[in-house]
Ligand binder design. Structure first.
Ligand code: GLN
Ligand code: ZN
Length: 754
């Protein structure tokens, strides 16, 4: 009999109940309602899994904020500065680590592998000690048992935990393995004593390129865990294939192995021959990273192959990874066209899918019938109007190599642009958005609810644009922006105006803590029925003689922050986006816009987990950007923007974008990132952010002069632009005004000096 399970469930709740409860707690400090909500969410999610027919539910997949932070707290890997608070008030201490408080700044946050989920990075140091603290996995297992469920606690494995942590002293976190493993052993002992049958140890790092030291760490850690009393251990891998770590993973003393057969179907044969027969194979066959109903024509043959090779007694079926990365329930999306809705599968539906596959494999006629139905839905999706549009395909297929080219090289363009734009040295600009005021938010909400008409909304936006333009003129910025008051979100705004996109109402996915995102769905071929930003930019430009930057979100970022169709390679979808945006660039140019910024803040996060795949990704990502900007005249200055500071491994690709100007995050890293640009002899102009817009603090003129002077030690004066780190939409006018005034003055001070 095939067994069904899942690696983890969304925590935030069907209606983002956890978000609300967290925000209330952060406001009032009343813990009881938060803990109540958390408990009832866990129970409801277990109940839903039960109703879907899932045999083993996960426990400890829930977290009040983040599971990596939970792991750090579980093993007492807590930096000294949080300890007094944590001992006094564990919940306050926990949230101080997660998000800081008045006295303590938070731990760092970074992306969980290649997802858009951010985890809290544990902060370790040489000589660090670990000990088992409050046994949250056991507590949540007991909670499930009280409901009559035999759950499987989920715990981040020791090697991934160390690899995903950072050390403050530059030491190698893996050196701490010997100190950490005894705490894991004690945890497993306590679980075994309580009667826990299985534990899930997540080791996503097994799908990364590993060095010898990490491989040894796996052997050492898992050999040690196998000695004492322990529940059976399921080693969970996901987001990619084991690849060259296959022999390592299958040689570890484990009782089961979970593999991702969506991202890496090619690993099945290898796993079938390497995994010892007594081991459970947990087959991740339904995509935990996307929202589409799975294709039985892909899944059923995989399952039959497994069944033929090793029977079904040691076979578990599961989504490919934790369902943390999918929204909750597709049946809630009643505002979507019924046909589109029928193609969707969110967390709840994915559990049902798993159940159908398992039953069908065991010969159940009803389940087989529902898979037949699913096949029909997939077939209908292929034929549905808008999925494949021949004019869009023909345009992509007809792309010539010429499409990626500007008319002349960078050096020539720089001369032409200098003449046309006549900017001073160290030109000042901003990244695009200005503060989203309450008035704007209110007007947008009223407009959405149809309580004010288009015209009234329009005039609110126009007034705001005029105010922003006058302000920028007044303080003396050189390249102005219209301020993006019309945009709710930098991807949604474009998606709403493009063919091939759909938007959910409740399709929220946790990004970090209480923060959720609602990615658009790209379901069909993408095209641009009409200009999207031209009227706003033209209007803004009509108000001033200074150049106003047109502002677009680049194709890679739109792709990266959407749920992308699974019936076309990502590269092809990105090319379609690039062509739609290219038309917008040309329309802006024709409307007299002389500077156009194409934001690509997500270029880097699209990097595949394995290094061997980086080049292929960067090749098409760069190509798509270049197609967007291609064909513009030499006098049109193309900017791009990326809000991060690690450029070492992508600097060549960034240069290959062939943008005239790039703005980047760098105030927090104190311009360190410029080294990559210097070593590479980056040819274009660079605006390294001099003002951290993530902080409400107003930087002084002197601070910004210092940063610019640092930048000038590695950049030519003619290369340097002066701008904040990112857009100002999350800031208030109160900080924005003095900060930008100081920034403009800093540029003036330095101009006089160079
Ligand atoms: N132009 C956008 C803004 O200023 C860029 C946002 C981003 O980089 N994430 O808001
Ligand atoms: Zn940014």
């Amino acid at each position: 009999m095939t067994h069904t399970t899942y690696l983890g469930f969304p925590r935030i709740g069907c209606r983002r109940e956890l978000k609300r409860a967290l925000e209330n707690y952060w406001r009032d400090g009343d813990a009881a309602p938060l803990l109540d909500t958390a408990r009832s969410l866990r129970q409801r999610h277990w109940q839903l899994a039960g109703e879907a027919g899932i045999q083993t539910v996960a426990a400890n997949d829930f977290s009040l904020y983040d599971h990596v932070l939970d792991t750090a707290v579980l093993f007492d890997a807590v930096p000294a500065r949080y300890r007094p608070l944590l001992q006094n008030d564990p919940l306050a201490g926990y949230f101080a680590m997660a998000r800081g408080n008045r006295e303590l700044h938070a731990l760092e946050m970074t992306k969980w592998l290649d997802t858009n989920y951010h985890y809290i990075v544990p902060e370790l140091q040489a000589g660090q000690r670990f000990q088992l603290g409050t046994n949250k996995p056991l507590a949540e297992w007991l909670e499930a048992r009280a409901l009559g469920l035999d759950a499987r606690p989920v715990i981040l494995g020791p090697v991934s935990f160390l690899r995903l942590s950072k050390t403050v002293d530059g030491s190698d976190a893996l050196n701490l393995l010997d100190a950490l493993v005894p705490a894991y052993i004690e945890l497993l002992e306590q679980l075994a004593e309580a009667g826990v049958a299985w534990v899930q140890l997540d080791e996503p790092c097994l799908v990364q390129d590993l060095d010898e030291a990490t491989r040894h760490a796996y052997i050492a850690a898992y050999s040690a865990l196998a000695v004492g009393p322990s529940p059976k251990r399921l080693l969970a891998t996901y987001f990619g294939g084991l690849g060259d770590n296959l022999a390592l993973a299958t040689s570890l003393p484990i009782d089961g192995l979970h593999i991702d057969l969506v991202r890496a179907p090619e690993q099945l044969d290898g796993v079938l021959s390497a995994l010892p027969k007594h081991c459970v194979l947990s087959a991740g066959v339904v995509d935990g990273r996307n929202i589409w109903l799975s294709d039985p024509a892909r899944v059923t043959p995989q399952l039959q192959k497994i069944a033929a090779a090793r029977g079904t007694d040691q076979l578990w079926l599961s989504p490919s990874c934790s369902l943390l990365h999918t929204p909750f329930d597709a049946t809630q999306e009643t505002a979507l066209p019924a046909q589109l809705r029928s193609w969707l599968s969110f967390a709840q539906q994915k559990l049902e899918e798993i159940q159908h596959y398992a039953k069908a494999l065991d010969g159940d006629a009803n389940a087989k019938a529902s898979l037949e139905q699913q096949l029909a839905v997939i077939a209908a999706r292929k034929q549905a109007q808008g999925v494949l549009r021949s004019e869009v395909r023909a345009r992509v297929n007809g792309l010539s190599p010429q499409a990626t080219q500007r008319r002349s090289g960078l050096a020539h363009r720089r001369r032409v642009q200098a003449e046309v734009l006549a900017l001073p040295p160290l030109p000042t600009t901003t990244i695009g958005s200005f503060p989203q005021t309450d008035t704007l938010r209110h007007a947008r909400a009223e407009h959405r609810a149809e309580r004010i008409d288009d015209q009234a909304y329009d005039s609110v936006l126009r007034e705001e644009i005029e105010r922003v333009i006058r302000f920028q003129e007044h303080i003396g910025l050189d390249v102005l922006v219209h301020g993006e008051p019309e945009r709710n979100d930098m991807v949604e705004y474009f998606g709403e105006q493009l063919e091939g996109f759909a938007f959910t109402r409740h399709g929220w996915v946790q990004s970090y803590g209480s923060r959720c995102v609602k990615p658009p769905i790209i379901w069909g071929d993408v095209s641009r029925p009409q200009a999207m930003t031209v009227d706003w930019s033209r209007y803004a430009q009509s108000l001033t003689d200074k150049p106003v930057k047109g502002m677009l979100t680049g194709p890679v970022t739109v792709l990266q922050w959407s749920f992308v169709r699974d019936d076309l390679p990502r590269e092809q979808v990105c090319l379609q986006l690039a062509l739609a945006l290219r038309d917008e660039v040309h329309d802006l140019e024709h409307a007299g816009i002389r500077v156009i910024q194409i934001d690509e803040p997500a270029l880097r996060e699209g990097l595949p987990i394995r290094h061997a795949e980086h080049t292929a990704y960067l090749d098409w990502a760069v190509r798509c950007f270049r197609i967007t900007a291609g064909g513009t005249s030499d006098s049109t200055q193309i900017h791009t923007h990326m809000c991060y500071s690690e450029f070492n491994d992508i600097i060549e690709a960034v240069a290959a974008l062939d943008a005239d100007v790039i703005s980047i995050e760098s105030s927090r890293s104190r311009m360190e990132l410029l080294q990559a640009f210097e070593e590479f002899r980056y040819p274009g102009s660079i605006g390294p952010g001099v003002y951290d817009i993530h902080s409400p603090r107003v930087p002084s003129q002197q601070e910004m002069v210092d940063l610019l002077e640092r930048a000038l030690t590695v950049l030519e004066p003619a290369q340097l632009w002066v701008n904040p780190d990112c857009g100002l939409k999350t800031r208030g006018w109160k900080e924005t005004e003095p900060a930008l005034v100081a920034m403009v003055n800093a540029a003036r001070e330095l101009r006089a000096a160079i």
